[in-house]
Design a binder for this molecule. Structure first.
Ligand SMILES: Cc1ncc(COP(=O)(O)O)c(C=O)c1O
Length: 436
C-alpha cells in the first residue's frame, strides 16, 4: 500500500485540525500528529520548547527533536528579570521552611495561606483598588471573573483581540458575546447602544486589555470606562502584560493614563513580571469580591496558590514598589528601545509602542517558520506567533524583553532577526528583491 505523502511543513495551520467529521474523536489528533511530525522534521520547531535552566537573557532550549538551541533569550516572560533575583529565591526557600510546598485546598475552602492577605493588600495598593481576589493562574482569573459574573441573559461586549481566557469565559457564560473592532471606542459604543435599545434590563460586561501582547498597543482606558458608565455596563481590563513593569510606580498603563482605581474590574497575571504562576481580580465592590470567591469556578474547584508562589509574589511585589522597581523599569525600557531601534534600523517592521513585548511583523506562515529556524541556529531565541493566534498571513515574532538584557544584546539580536527575516523572505519569492 502507498504511504500517504508527508504534509508540507511550511503550509497549513492548527485550525485545519480543529474539527474532522469522523466518528472517532481521535481522528483529528492523528491527522494533526502527522503535520506536527512534518514540522518537527523541518527543524527549528518553535513550540513546546523546554528551558534547560533559569529564564535569563542567555539560555538554552531543548527542542522537540532533541536538539539544543543556545543564545540570547527573547522567548521568556520575566519582564523585570526577577525570576533569578537572590531576594526572591530566598523568599521562596523561606516559605518552604515555614509552610511546606502545597496549598492543599481551594481558596473557597481551607487552601488559602495567610501569606495571601499581604499579597492581596499590596496588589490593592498598587492598583488603588480596595479588594483583590487571588486565582491559581492568570488564565483562571480571566475565565473565572467572566464566568463568575455573567449569566446567559447577559452580554459580553469584548475587543476582538482579547485574550483567550476572557473569550473562553464569555463563550462559556452566554451566547450573547459581541466583539467590537480592536481598540475602537466608537464601535464598542455602537454595540452597547444597540443592546441597551433592545434589552434595557440586560447585564453587560465590557472587556478590553491595557496592553495587547500580539500588537503591543493600548486602548484609551478612560474612554472605555466612561462608555461603561454611560450604558450601565461594567468594565473589565486585563493588565497582565504591563502591571509592575510599566508606569512610574509600576501601575502600568492604568497609571500612565491616570486610571488607577477608576475602572470597575481588573484582572492580571503574575506570570510576566511577578515571577510566578498565579493571577488576580481587583474590584471596587466588596460584594463582587466576596461573590467571586464562591462563584468563579477556578476558585471553588481548583487549588489555591501554593506557599512558594505567594512568597515569590510578595517579594517581587515589594521590589516592584521599591526604588529598585523603578531602576528595573528604566533598564527594561532602555533595552526595549535598543531592540526596537535596532530592528527598525535594519528595515524590520515593528508593531505597536515601546513595551516588554516587541512584535516583529513577518507575514506568511512559511517565512515565519523559516525565519524562526534561522534565528535559533544563529543564537537568538524568539517566539513565533502564527494564524490562528493572529490573522492569516500576519505571522510575527514576539520578542520578550527583560530588564536584564543589555542594549548591546538587543542590538545584536536585532541584527540576527533582520538577517533571518531577509533570508526567509527571499526564499519565499526567488528572484524578487526581499523586503525584510
Ligand atoms: C492578556 C493575558 N491575560 C491572561 C493571561 C494568562 O495568564 P497566566 O499565564 O498567568 O495564566 C495571559 C498569558 O498568556 C495574557 O497574555
Amino acid at each position: 500500500m502507498d504511504r500517504p505523502e508527508s504534509p508540507d511543513p511550511l503550509a497549513g495551520s492548527t485550525r485545519d485540525f480543529l474539527t474532522r467529521p469522523e466518528p472517532d474523536l481521535a481522528a483529528k489528533a492523528v491527522a494533526f500528529s502527522r503535520w506536527h511530525d512534518a514540522r518537527i522534521g523541518f527543524g527549528g520547531f518553535p513550540y513546546a520548547k523546554r528551558l534547560t535552566g533559569a529564564p535569563t537573557p542567555r539560555a538554552a532550549l531543548r527542542l522537540l527533536d532533541g536538539s539544543l538551541q543556545e543564545g540570547l533569550n527573547f522567548s521568556s516572560q520575566d519582564y523585570l528579570g526577577l525570576a533569578s533575583h537572590p531576594a526572591v529565591k530566598a523568599a521562596a526557600c523561606a516559605a518552604v521552611g515555614c509552610y511546606g510546598v502545597h496549598s492543599a485546598g481551594s481558596s473557597a475552602l481551607a487552601g488559602e495561606m495567610d501569606l495571601a492577605g499581604p499579597v492581596a493588600a499590596g496588589l490593592g495598593e498598587l492598583l488603588r483598588m480596595p479588594h483583590v481576589t487571588l486565582f491559581p493562574t492568570g488564565w483562571a482569573a480571566g475565565y473565572g471573573v467572566v464566568r463568575g459574573l455573567v449569566r446567559e441573559t447577559d452580554h459580553v461586549v469584548i475587543d476582538l483581540l482579547a485574550h483567550n481566557c476572557l473569550m473562553e469565559g464569555a463563550l462559556a457564560a452566554t451566547r450573547k458575546v459581541v466583539p467590537f473592532l480592536h481598540l475602537d471606542v466608537a464601535h464598542a459604543r455602537q454595540k452597547l447602544a444597540g443592546i441597551r435599545e433592545r434589552e434595557p434590563q440586560a447585564g453587560i460586561l465590557l472587556v478590553t486589555e491595557s496592553l495587547f501582547s500580539m500588537d503591543a498597543d493600548t486602548p484609551r482606558i478612560a474612554a472605555f470606562q466612561d462608555l461603561a458608565d454611560e450604558f450601565g455596563a461594567r468594565l473589565l481590563v486585563d493588565v497582565a502584560h504591563d502591571l509592575g513593569c510599566l508606569g512610574e510606580t509600576g501601575g502600568g498603563q492604568l497609571e500612565r493614563q491616570g486610571c488607577l482605581g477608576r475602572v470597575d474590574l481588573v484582572i492580571g497575571s503574575f506570570s510576566k513580571t511577578f515571577a510566578s504562576n498565579g493571577g488576580f481580580v481587583g474590584c471596587r465592590d466588596r460584594a463582587v469580591h466576596d461573590y467571586l470567591r464562591y462563584f468563579a469556578p477556578p476558585n471553588t474547584f481548583s487549588n489555591a496558590l501554593g506557599p512558594v508562589q505567594l512568597a515569590v509574589v510578595a517579594e517581587t511585589l515589594r521590589i516592584v514598589r521599591a526604588e529598585e522597581g523603578g531602576v528595573r523599569r528604566t533598564a527594561l525600557l532602555r533595552a526595549v528601545h535598543a531592540l526596537r531601534g535596532g530592528l527598525v534600523a535594519h528595515g524590520v517592521k515593528v508593531l505597536g509602542a515601546a513595551a516588554p513585548i516587541v512584535p516583529t511583523y513577518i507575514g506568511s506562515a512559511a517565512a515565519g517558520r523559516r525565519a524562526v529556524k534561522l534565528c535559533g541556529e544563529r543564537g537568538v531565541l524568539v517566539n513565533l506567533v502564527e494564524f490562528p493566534a493572529v490573522a492569516r498571513n500576519a505571522s510575527r515574532f514576539r520578542l520578550q524583553v527583560m530588564a536584564t538584557h543589555t542594549p548591546e544584546e538587543c542590538e545584536m539580536a536585532a541584527r540576527v532577526v533582520a538577517g533571518a527575516l531577509e533570508e526567509a523572505q527571499a526564499a519565499e519569492a526567488p528572484g524578487e528583491p526581499s523586503a525584510a
